[in-house]
Design a protein around this ligand. Structure first.
Ligand code: PHE
Length: 354
């Protein structure tokens, strides 16, 4: 530590300061020395203040000496500071080399299902469809009854259901009280939407659905669907065919051949399965389309009049189409993903590919 000295012998003080500066080891030490001599309360500054106490004759010499010492010390400190800084930066580099390549930050990536959902929403949005969401915990009335599937109807067996224990839902004046379940499809949102809106309208409903069944390469007990519903005074099968064709062509980015096959759903009449010409073999037959040349994309049909009755629409005035496609299936076809279970594997390597 530097001790304050009371000597007024300026040349000695100057030499002493210069030699201390010369041997200073660090910028911190240098600043300490500097402020001891030249700081606000430094020795030499103190001398400047006391100049007035000197006999007038000696004053000019004295002042010149002080100023000369200050200048010399200041310059020496400046030089030394530059040298010490260089050394210190160099030393720091040995432990922190700013020129070294950094550790790459791992970037997050959107899940293929998210990418596909966004793309689908974008396409339907551009055709004027609204995007609606709804509850995954549903009541049996919206999931079944209002969709023309009464409790004793054998078609209920088509949807293996996760029931929720002893919970009953339903408000007075609205849907009748019924048991809760995990929705087995997104179709109950047809009912929820029509209960609160009047035609004409066109919507899609992306969302999760659940079925109590074993998993394999193409089945999961939790999966995603895209429900579609368009209702108006003169909505026809032709409108449906045009909309799905346009959708598939935008989605897959190429010309698509579609085919409607007769099928059965309690809430549509007539009902169809929607197939597209196999994307992988162009219809020649391959392992992906099971040699049939066609890929099943989902169910669809014209909304059943019993469904319109359940939401108190005037069945003589409205008609419409509905469809339900599996999001996983669309993603698997688009990205050639072979196993539906990969989507929930949590494996980041899956997402990073798309
Ligand atoms: N909800 C049906 C299913 O999950 C699909 C569907 C939706 C069929 C709309 C027709 C109309 O199997």
């Amino acid at each position: 530590m530097i001790k304050r000295q009371q000597s007024d012998n300026i040349p000695i003080i100057k030499e002493e300061a210069l030699s201390k500066i010369r041997i200073a080891h660090s910028t911190v030490e240098l600043e300490e020395i500097y402020s001891f001599y030249l700081g606000r309360k430094g020795i030499l500054r103190n001398f400047l203040i006391t100049i007035g106490q000197f006999p007038a004759a000696k004053r000019p010499d004295y002042a010149r000496n002080i100023h000369e010492a200050i200048k010399a010390i200041d310059m020496a400190a400046r030089d030394k500071r530059g040298q010490l800084l260089l050394v210190e930066i160099k030393n720091k580099r040995s432990s922190f080399d700013i020129t070294m390549p950094g550790i790459a930050v791992k970037r997050g990536h959107l899940h293929p299902l998210t990418l596909v959902e966004r793309k689908i929403e974008h396409i339907f949005n551009s055709m004027g469809f609204g995007i609606i969401e709804g509850p995954e915990i549903e009541d049996a009335w919206h999931n079944f009854d209002a969709l023309n599937i009464p409790p004793d109807h054998p078609a209920r067996e088509l949807w293996d259901t996760f029931w929720i224990k002893s919970k009953i839902s339903g408000r007075a004046g609205k849907a009748p009280k019924s048991k809760l379940l995990l929705r087995t499809h997104t179709s109950p949102m047809q009912i929820r939407y029509m209960e609160t809106h009047q035609p004409p309208f066109k919507i899609i409903v992306p969302g999760k659905a659940y079925r109590f069944e074993a998993t394999d390469a193409s089945h999961e007990f939790q999966f995603n669907q895209i429900e579609g519903l368009m209702v108006g005074e003169d909505v026809s099968v032709a409108n449906f065919k045009f909309v799905v064709q346009a959708f598939f062509e935008h989605f897959f980015g190429k010309e698509i051949n579609i085919r409607l096959r007769a099928s059965y759903f309690p809430f549509t009449e007539p009902s169809f399965e929607v197939d597209i010409r196999c994307l992988f073999c162009s219809g020649r037959g391959c392992s992906i389309c099971a040699r049939s040349g066609w890929l099943e994309m989902g169910g669809a049909g014209m909304v059943h009049r019993e469904v319109f009755k359940a939401v108190k629409y005037d069945v003589s005035r409205v008609q419409g189409f509905a469809f339900g496609f599996g999001l996983e299936r669309l993603a698997m076809m688009k990205y050639k993903i072979p196993d539906v279970r990969l989507f929930n594997s949590g494996d980041i390597q899956l997402s990073q590919q798309f």
